[in-house]
Design a protein around this ligand. Structure first.
Ligand code: GLU
Length: 318
């Protein structure tokens, strides 16, 4: 399968209106691929049926379009040949890959419940990650193929063994992670059948031909888990850029509940060019917060300008 040399993606969870942090991620990802003639795809990460709504996906598309951040592939219209592009409709595909891992002996059934509850959410380091104790890990894990029936009504956990993952993050440089120490065997499918973020994102990035991923700093550890899975499934891992989170004055991360940073407020208060100027200045891409255009930002985009910080201060949005 041949595709563009550079393909990036934006993979929002449609659980609310986007905020400034989401838009900053989308902008950096778009600029990175477009400055090198690449393609950009939009994937809807609506794995969590309780929190995801079609309406929010529609708003994501509307807000990206308002800013001029147009995607070449994906979205609700499923443009492209690697669809569907909404994770809620990709269960059959995830099943095939999970089955492949089962026949390799890489997974085992688990009846521990607490982690099951957390597993479909994109994990965020600040949430206080729990390292799995290995309570359900069978003798010979990693080698023994366990019968399909044993997984019924149980969650499916991936055996990580003593895998050490080394990779270079585009912003934060060399990383070295011991999966056993930092996360332990992790869940790929919950007991109720829901797919976990880690499996879905790897299968999707692989099948959609994604070559680079730009997303929040809080997912840095997830990159190690995902690189491990790419390796098991025989796909090359994409390049990763983990981006500074955007915080308020008190140093708390912006979230979908912050009304000032919400796109509905931002669109009332600013024009697209004004908002681009504010975000570009915050990200080190423009020397002043004056209005700017995507064309201007593209012309002199470089990752070297983006601060290597875990958090950047949100500009005044009042
Ligand atoms: N869907 C995740 C989120 O909105 C992002 C996952 C990713 O980029 O890998 O937080």
């Amino acid at each position: 399968m041949s595709g563009p040399a550079v393909k990036g993606r934006f993979a929002p969870s449609p659980t609310g209106r986007m905020h400034l942090g989401n838009v900053a991620t989308a902008l950096l990802s778009w600029l990175s691929v477009k400055s090198r003639g690449g393609e950009w795809l939009l994937r809807i990460e609506d794995l969590d049926p309780q929190r995801s709504r079609l309406e929010w996906s529609q708003w994501i598309e509307d807000d990206l379009s308002w800013l001029g951040l147009m995607w070449d592939e994906g979205g609700l219209a499923d443009r492209g040949s690697a669809g569907p592009y909404s994770q809620s409709r990709r269960g059959d595909i995830y099943s095939q890959y999970l089955e492949r891992l089962r026949t390799m002996g890489a997974v085992y059934p688990c009846c521990c419940r607490r982690r099951d509850i957390l597993a479909t959410q994109a994990p965020h380091q600040t949430d206080g990650r729990v390292v799995y104790s290995g309570r359900c890990r069978p003798e010979g894990a990693g080698h023994v193929v366990i019968d399909e029936k044993a997984f019924q009504g149980r969650s499916t956990r991936l055996f990580v063994g003593d895998a050490g993952i080394a990779f270079s993050d585009g912003l934060f440089g060399a990383q070295s992670v011991s999966l056993a120490r930092e996360c332990g065997d992790f869940i790929l499918r919950r007991a109720d059948g829901a797919w976990a973020y880690q499996l879905a994102v790897v299968v999707d990035d692989a099948l959609m031909g994604v070559t680079e991923v730009a997303r929040g700093y809080d997912l840095l550890l997830s990159a190690a888990q995902q690189i491990y899975l790419f390796g098991l499934l025989g796909y090359p891992a994409p390049a990763y850029y983990h981006l500074p989170l955007i915080g308020n004055e008190a140093g708390q991360r912006l979230c979908k509940r912050d009304p000032q940073a919400d796109m509905s407020h931002l669109r009332e208060r600013f024009t697209p060019d004004q908002l681009l100027g504010l975000i570009a200045n915050m990200l080190g891409l423009a020397p002043t917060p004056d209005a700017t255009t995507l064309e201007r930002l593209l012309a002199d985009f470089s990752w070297d300008k983006v601060p290597r910080a875990e958090m950047l201060r949100c500009p005044d949005l009042s």
